[in-house]
Design a binder for this molecule. Structure first.
Ligand code: DGJ
Length: 539
C-alpha cells in the first residue's frame, strides 16, 4: 500500500486540534511560530465536519488555506484526516452524520446504549468517510500535483474503543463476533507464524493456531481476543479509507496509536483495536503497508517509541512519531529518535504552544488549558521552557543540512545518539565504525533543564585509518578514545575541527578552524552547535 522505503526524515510539530479550523488564526498565531522554530513540516487537522458540511457538498477553504500557508513559508504540511474517528470518538463527523443514527450506526460501550463513537461495523459510515477523504485527496492532488507541500497524510486519529469489555457491545458487533474469522487474516498469521508479535503468537497458539472458526473459537473470549477482533475491523476501516484516498492521490499514509499508557493495562483502558505495536500483525493483515505511528506521551519515551520501531521494522516500515510531549527534554528526544531509532517523522504535539525563544513571555492561552485527553498525559513532566524550545529549533536548523543523509546513515550503522539521562548522567561511551569516543556532560543532569544531547555522524569517507565525523548537539565534550601510555594500538590525532552552521536552505557555512587552545569538541549547553572533524590514526 505504501512506498515508505524512501520516506524522508521530516521534523516539525503537530498543532492543537482546533488551530487549523481558522485560516486567520493560523496566519496570526501559528505560522510565524512554525517559521521561528524552523519546522520543516507541520501536522495539521483537516476536519470532516468543516470539509463536508452538507452531504456531497464540499468546502475546501481550510484545506486550501493550509496548503497555501505552508507553500508560502516553505513548510510542508501533513494533513491529519479527522474523519469518523478522533481519539476513538466521532466529534469531527458532520452534523448530517451525527444526526442520522439509523443510517450511521453507533458503537455501544455498554449493551443497548449508543455512544458518541460511530460504529466501525457500519458500511454507511465507512462509505461516507471514505468518500469525503477521497474528495480531500483529489483536492490535494489538484493543489499540489508535484507533492512539494504535502508529503504524507495521517488517516483518522487514535482509533479504537475505550470500554471495559474491550469490544463494541452492540448487536451488530455481536453478530460479526459470532461469524467466521476472515480467511485472509488466518492466512496472514500462518504465513508469518514465526515472526508474529509474541502477544498475537501466544494468543493464537493457545487455541492451537486454529485455521478456521468464529472469532471466539479461534482466539477465545479474553480481552486480548476482543482486541484482536476490534483491531481487524478498525484496520480494515482505516485501510479502506486510506485506499479510497490513494486512488485519488497516492501519497504515503499512516495510522497513529494512543499507546498503552502503563505496562499491563488491559485493552479498553487504552483504545482496544487501535494500531498499538502488539497488534501490528493484525493491522498489517488488514491494511498492508500502513505503518503504525505512535503518540508517545510516556516518560519512557525511548522504550515505547522503540516498540513501534521494532514492530514496524518487522514489516519493512519506518518509525513515525506524529505526537509526543513537547517537554523540557524535547530536543533530546529528537536525537534519540533520529540517531538511535531511525525515526522518519518527529512532530511534538501542540507545537503552537511551545514558548518560542524570541517571545518567551507570550504564553499561549491554550498552553495552560488541561489536555482534552487527560489519559494521554501520563506522569509528571516539566513543560518546555524558552531555552528548551531554542534547542529544538537549533536542532531543526541543523537538520536542514543533514536530514537527507541521516536515514541511510542510521541504516548503515554510521549514526550514534548522545543523550544525558538517569542511566548516563555524566557521560557515555560510543563506538562507530571501529572508532571509539568518550562523551562527557559537564553540567549535572537536572529535572528542570534540558538534558544534554546530540548525535555523531560518521561520514562515508571514513576508513580504518582516517575518519570524518560531524557532531551536532549541545552540552557535551567529545574525545576520541586513544590507547593509554604503554598500551598497544595507534594513537589518534585531529587533522581538523571546523565549527559551522547550516543556513536556512541547508547549505554548510564554515566558521573558525579550531586549533591550538581551541582544539577539541566542546559544545556549549545553551545553543545547538555543529562541528565537522577529521582525524587519523598515527603510525
Ligand atoms: C492525543 C490526541 O491524538 C491529540 O489529538 C490530542 O487530543 C492530544 N492527545 C492531547 O493530549
Amino acid at each position: 500500500m505504501n512506498n515508505l522505503t524512501n520516506f524522508p526524515l521530516l521534523v516539525g510539530g503537530e498543532v492543537h486540534n482546533s488551530s487549523s479550523s481558522s485560516p486567520a488564526y493560523m496566519d496570526t498565531q501559528v505560522w510565524d511560530r512554525m517559521v521561528a522554530l524552523d519546522c520543516q513540516v507541520v501536522l495539521t487537522p483537516v476536519s470532516w465536519q468543516l470539509i463536508e458540511p452538507m452531504e456531497g457538498q464540499f468546502d475546501f477553504t481550510t484545506l486550501e488555506a493550509l496548503l497555501d500557508g505552508g507553500r508560502k513559508r516553505g513548510i510542508q504540511v501533513i494533513p491529519l484526516w479527522f474523519g469518523a474517528y478522533k481519539n476513538t470518538w466521532s466529534s469531527y463527523a458532520p452534523d448530517w452524520v451525527k444526526r442520522c443514527q439509523r443510517r450511521f450506526l453507533r458503537a455501544e460501550l455498554e449493551p443497548g446504549r449508543p455512544s458518541g463513537q460511530l460504529s466501525v461495523f457500519c458500511p454507511e459510515v465507512l462509505r461516507a468517510d471514505a468518500a469525503a477523504f477521497a474528495a480531500v485527496m483529489r483536492k490535494i492532488a489538484q493543489i499540489d500535483p508535484d507533492r512539494s507541500v504535502v508529503p504524507a497524510v495521517q488517516v483518522e486519529n487514535e482509533v479504537g474503543i475505550l470500554c471495559a469489555a474491550a469490544r463494541d457491545q452492540s448487536k451488530t458487533a455481536d453478530q460479526v463476533w459470532a461469524s467466521p474469522v476472515p480467511a485472509e487474516l488466518l492466512a496472514h498469521l500462518a504465513e508469518h507464524h514465526t515472526m508474529l508479535h509474541p502477544t498475537i503468537r501466544n494468543l493464537w497458539e493457545s487455541r492451537n493456531a486454529a485455521a478456521q472458526g468464529t472469532w471466539p473459537e479461534v482466539f477465545g473470549d479474553s480481552l486480548e481476543a476482543r482486541e484482536v477482533f476490534m483491531a481487524w475491523h478498525f484496520a480494515k476501516f482505516v485501510g479502506s479509507v486510506a485506499a479510497a484516498g490513494k486512488a485519488e492521490h497516492d501519497l504515503p499514509m499512516f495510522a497513529n496509536a494512543w499507546t498503552v499508557q502503563a505496562p499491563g493495562d488491559p485493552p479498553g483502558r487504552y483504545p482496544s483495536g487501535g494500531p498499538v505495536a502488539h497488534v501490528i500483525d493484525i493491522w498489517q493483515a488488514a491494511a498492508p503497508g500502513l505503518p503504525l505511528a505512535a503518540d508517545v506521551y510516556s516518560n519512557e519515551f525511548e522504550v515505547v517509541a522503540g516498540e513501534y520501531a521494532a514492530a514496524n521494522a518487522a514489516y519493512g516500515l519506518p518509525l513515525l512519531l506524529p505526537e509526543l510531549r513537547g517537554d523540557v527534554a524535547v530536543a533530546a528526544k529528537a536525537y534519540a529518535a533520529i540517531a538511535r531509532l531511525g525515526v522518519r517523522l518527529f512532530t511534538p504535539f501542540a507545537i503552537d504552544s511551545l514558548p518560542i525563544p524570541s517571545d518567551p513571555n507570550a504564553a499561549r492561552p491554550d498552553a495552560a488549558m488541561p489536555p482534552a485527553n487527560p489519559v494521554a498525559e501520563v506522569g509528571p513532566y516539566v513543560p518546555a521552557t524558552p531555552a528548551a524550545t531554542a534547542l529544538l529549533a537549533g536542532t531543526y536548523r541543523a537538520l536542514r543540512g543533514l536530514a537527507a543523509i541521516l536515514p541511510a546513515a542510521h541504516a548503515q550503522g554510521r549514526l550514534a545518539a548522545i543523550t544525558q539521562s538517569r542511566t548516563t548522567p555524566t557521560g557515555v561511551d560510543l563506538e562507530l565504525g571501529g572508532w571509539r569516543m568518550q562523551v562527557k556532560f559537564p553540567r549535572p543532569l537536572s529535572a528542570t533543564e534540558p538534558p544534554a544531547a546530540g548525535l555523531v555522524l560518521l561520514r562515508e569517507s571514513s576508513d580504518a585509518h582516517t575518519a570524518a565525523i560531524e557532531v551536532v548537539g549541545y552540552g557535551f565534550e567529545l574525545a576520541m578514545v586513544r590507547p593509554k601510555t604503554g598500551e598497544p594500538g595507534p594513537d589518534i590525532e585531529w587533522l581538523a575541527i571546523v565549527e559551522g552552521a547550516y543556513d536556512p536552505t541547508g547549505n554548510w557555512v564554515a566558521g573558525r578552524n579550531l586549533n591550538g587552545d581551541e582544539l577539541g569538541i566542546r559544545l556549549p549547553a545553551d545553543v545547538v552547535s555543529v562541528r565537522r572533524a577529521r582525524m587519523h590514526r598515527i603510525g
